[in-house]
Ligand binder design. Structure first.
Ligand SMILES: *Cc1c(COP(=O)(O)O)cnc(C)c1O
Length: 244
């Protein structure tokens, strides 16, 4: 084993232990939570090692980095999740490799994703990204949170739009614990709020049962609240150099 492989295996084992412990504490089965490793800023070689170690889901947040990485890893049995703010001019590229876009936050993006999915004959899974720091805003008014996302009040309408768009599959909801607003520093409460929104969503769309929440620092809170997917970068790959 190379040093990097040894390091990634050890980190992955630690994260796996954390997820298992959080599931046990919450009385949940380990299989109820899927680990998505966020490989942004790290090279395709790392993705390949992770795949060899059994990782099946990876996530990226910038198309410029993700597209060549996904191409270099196209022989691997991986699902690619796109988790960054997505400009419509990047949709064509992203639909080329992403199985799930977790950052769906506005009608124009839904329209662009649908058009491209239909054009290429692909089905794209979509999560509506909820901005819990935008909770106080009315829909259509300051809807976008600082890190992307639609306000809680706007989730239903956007979800209906996704569900009615050819080529798109409404899979559920995603959030990032907010740094500002009423949920700042209250990850557990934020993730419970997301679960409530998911319960509402599933009344109309029972299959849209993905709840993507929790990162390296707060995955335990997400698992406790009921998340089905956690997105872990740093704890597996190491601290990212610079912004990312
Ligand atoms: C980077 C990122 C993560 C992973 O964050 P870590 O703190 O490195 O685990 C999760 N979700 C999104 C949307 C991200 O951009």
């Amino acid at each position: 084993m190379t040093d990097r492989r040894t390091q990634l295996a050890a980190n992955l084992a630690k994260v796996e232990e954390r997820i298992a412990a959080a599931c046990a504490a919450a009385g949940r089965k380990r299989e109820e939570v899927t680990l998505i490793v966020v490989t942004k800023t790290y090279p395709a070689d790392d993705v390949r090692i992770l795949s060899g170690l059994g990782v099946r889901h990876v996530a990226e947040n910038r198309d410029q980095d993700a597209a060549p990485k996904a191409a270099a890893c196209s022989d691997l049995p991986l699902s690619w999740h796109f988790v960054g703010q997505l400009q419509t001019n990047k949709v064509r590229s992203v639909v080329g490799y992403a199985d799930v876009v977790q950052s769906v936050d506005r009608p124009r993006l839904v329209a662009a994703l649908s058009k491209e999915a239909v054009r290429t004959g692909r089905e794209v899974g979509c999560l509506v990204q909820v901005a819990l720091d935008a909770e106080d805003f009315a829909p259509g008014k300051g809807g976008l949170g600082e890190r992307g996302g639609v306000s809680a009040a706007g989730v239903g309408e956007l979800a209906e739009l996704v569900a009615g768009s050819p080529g798109l599959r409404l899979d559920g909801l995603m959030t990032v614990a907010p740094l500002t607003g009423p949920y700042a520093g209250r990850e557990r409460a934020a993730f419970e709020r997301l679960m409530d929104l998911s319960t509402d969503l599933r009344r109309a769309h029972p299959a849209a049962n993905m709840v993507s929440a929790g990162m390296s620092a707060d995955l335990e809170h997400a698992v406790a609240a009921g998340a089905t997917h956690v997105r872990v970068g740093t704890a597996v790959l190491g601290v990212r150099p610079g912004l990312g």
